[in-house]
Design a protein around this ligand. Structure first.
Ligand code: NI
Length: 175
């Protein structure tokens, strides 16, 4: 079921979410189904549970090709629960981000270029991946939601923060 996405200003987006304790339950399956339905309906690259008002440490991400990020390489559809991020190196990379909770805007955010993430899948199996670039950026963005952090809080250079259709007038991008 497609759920309403909370928008910036809603205090629930600023809370620290709690870990999932029980896996492979109908409730968790339903949450994940709703999250994928909601993300795909909005053509998002990722979604965190608190964005639909569920304060659990659950994120999803992945797409084949994405209208909102037409230059982004595909990322396999992924469920990541109770995530941990470890930096691989100290290099930060600037890149444009948007957020379904901050519609219409884009900003440049510095993020770790390479990292290792680990956590649990829907069945409670642990897994880990080493990633870089846009994949690493999406993971950092989604995991920030679990700690009540929205990407505008990470913007350093506010000359590169604005309305998508003004910043990129010649490109077909959603908000
Ligand atoms: Ni977001």
């Amino acid at each position: 079921m497609i759920r309403p996405i909370l928008r910036m200003g809603d205090p629930r987006l600023l809370e620290v979410s709690r870990p999932v304790e029980r896996f492979d339950t109908p409730e968790l399956e339903e949450l994940l189904t709703d999250m994928f339905d909601t993300m795909r309906a909005a053509d998002g690259a990722g979604l965190a549970a608190p964005q639909i008002g569920v304060q659990l440490r659950v994120v999803i991400f992945g797409f084949e090709d994405n209208q909102r990020y037409p230059d982004a390489p595909p990322i396999p559809p992924t469920v990541l629960i109770n995530p941990t991020i470890e930096p691989l190196g100290e290099i930060l990379e600037d890149g444009w981000e948007g957020c379904l909770s901050v519609p219409g805007l884009r900003g440049v955010v510095p993020r770790l270029l390479r990292l290792r993430y680990s956590g649990f899948d829907a069945k409670g199996q642990t897994f880990a991946r080493e990633v870089d670039g846009f994949h690493a950026r999406v993971v950092q963005h989604e995991c920030d939601h679990l700690d009540g952090i929205l990407y505008p809080m990470r913007v350093v250079d506010f000359t590169r923060f604005g309305y998508t259709d003004v910043l990129f007038p010649n490109e077909m991008r959603g908000d």
